[in-house]
Design a binder for this molecule. Structure first.
Ligand SMILES: *Cc1c(COP(=O)(O)O)cnc(C)c1O
Length: 466
């Protein structure tokens, strides 16, 4: 299996190189040069596998430059840290199945990919006798998942910027109480946008980037998408086996389009078993507007109670455009250039019809999100977090258009990560899982710095792995 860029500007590369490259060097996103076909016999064999075993099969389809034994070790180790033996259990609440993706160390679905990616980075660096320094900005969930993905690894240091006093107390403590010496939290006296701008400026200083071997963990890394394909396959096979569902629809709370794009890949692998993919958005609904109106156009970011989806430009969307444009790199490149200049991409009638065959969508406002948390709790005693609630509400709204088949709503975070919104909806805080108990009594470490590129560079230079 070789990999290409959506913009056509790189020679085909093997998997290992995609991991280290992150964003393609021509500014595009990396994709496999074809989708493998998974036959019926293969699928029925997969039905008996545990989650890590299935992950090995699915990931192996796309990785042919790491030995099976080594890949197995990387995958199995990644899911040891999960607190549920099924890794991503399915629970039935009311009309829907909820796929709980929050059993990893930081209680959000990002652990599923970042536990794997951390091991993969460390493995590839060891092979080369190299080290790296990861630099990233977070508004909450990604930073803690990335930190937990690489904590304690001797060939990686990680620097995560968050806006000082502007992430939730749980999220801040999850990051700053990690005691490992390779973890550096930086609280920036500014906003999340300031943090992102600083990280971008540092990555654009190519000499600095090369000198400190800076790496990134953001959601455009193909290995992250790949790890997420697994739970779609897992849920579809499980529902087929246990309740005889031939077709499974997924509702996905969406921000950067990484998670739902993994669903698209799963659908390409097992076309007949996966039905509609629902793009569920909050008020930041650029993707919903795209499916409804055929126009991808930037709006302004609105802050909501589902903050991990408060995104206007979905960084993984370009991956889907590649398929929508018939795998024509020059059309993708032209469209992205147009978007950067004019803030808008329009598509043809035929393309819009295709996009609507691939995805359904609903945009859910905050009032409806709160009512959904309350309603699900009232009817089933189950508490969903606000991101998950957006997905559940979207599934409810589109129920009549999903004819046959089971509906799975992805639960992307544990409700205890967003206690205030839950309390507002159901009248009390959600129960705290074991990993959050006593968090506020642990030692917390964090460097507060002004929103200034040079100050951050100086700190990174002083603490980077040489
Ligand atoms: C990151 C995140 C999302 C959005 O996922 P994308 O891959 O960016 O679409 C949804 N919910 C939670 C809880 C998240 O942390």
């Amino acid at each position: 299996m070789k990999y290409i860029s959506t913009r056509g500007g790189i020679a085909p590369i093997p998997f290992k190189e995609t991991v280290m490259m992150g964003l393609a060097t021509d500014g595009g996103l990396i994709l496999p040069d074809h989708f493998p076909v998974v036959g019926t016999r293969e699928l029925s064999r997969w039905q008996g596998l545990t989650y890590p075993e299935l992950a090995l099969e699915v990931i192996s389809l796309f990785v042919d430059d790491i030995s099976r034994n080594d890949l197995r070790a990387l995958i199995f180790k990644a899911y040891e840290s999960f607190d549920h033996k099924e890794i991503t259990p399915l629970v039935l609440t009311g009309n829907y199945y909820i796929l709980e993706l929050f059993h990893g160390p930081t209680l959000a679905f990002k652990d599923i990919a970042l536990q794997f990616l951390g091991n993969l980075f460390s493995y590839l660096l060891r092979e080369k006798g190299a080290t790296m320094n990861i630099l990233g900005a977070t508004s909450g969930d990604t930073g803690s998942a990335a930190i937990y993905g690489v904590r304690g690894k001797d060939n990686i240091n990680i620097f995560i910027l968050h806006p000082h006093n502007r992430v939730s107390p749980v999220q801040e403590l999850q990051m700053t109480t990690v005691p490992d010496a390779n973890v550096f939290n930086i609280a920036i006296e500014g906003t999340f946008d300031d943090c992102q701008a600083i990280v971008k400026a540092i990555f654009n200083d190519l000499a600095f980037k090369a000198r400190y071997r800076l790496g990134s963990v953001n959601s455009i890394n193909w290995a992250r998408v790949l790890a997420q394909v697994v739970y779609y396959v897992y849920a579809a096979l499980k529902l087929n086996k246990e309740v005889g569902a031939d077709l499974v629809h997924f509702s996905v709370p969406t921000g950067n389009f990484g998670d739902i794009f993994a669903g698209y890949v799963a659908k390409r692998l097992m076309e007949r078993h996966i039905g509609r993919l629902i793009i569920a958005t909050n008020e930041n609904n650029i993707l919903s507007r795209f499916i409804l109106e055929g126009k991808y156009s930037k709006g302004t970011v609105v802050q909501t109670i589902s903050p991990s989806m408060d995104i206007q430009i979905a960084s993984n969307f370009e991956r889907y455009l590649y398929y929508l444009f018939g795998e024509d790199c020059s059309r993708v490149k032209a469209a992205m250039e147009q978007f950067n200049e004019q803030g808008e991409i329009t598509i043809s009638k035929e393309q819009l019809a295709q996009a609507r065959r691939d995805f359904a969508t609903a945009s859910i406002d905050q009032q409806t999100t709160l009512e959904t948390i309350k309603e699900i709790y009232k009817q089933t005693d189950y508490i969903v977090d606000p991101h998950t609630a957006v997905g559940c509400a979207a599934a409810e709204k589109l129920r009549s258009s999903l004819k046959n088949g089971a509906v799975v709503c992805l639960a992307t975070a544990h409700p205890a990560k967003f206690p205030e919104a839950v309390k507002q909806a159901v009248g009390h805080f959600p129960p705290r899982p074991e990993s959050l108990k006593g968090l506020d009594k642990k030692n917390s470490r964090c460097k507060v710095l002004p929103a200034n590129v040079d100050a951050v560079k100086k700190y990174v230079a002083e603490n980077a792995l040489k």
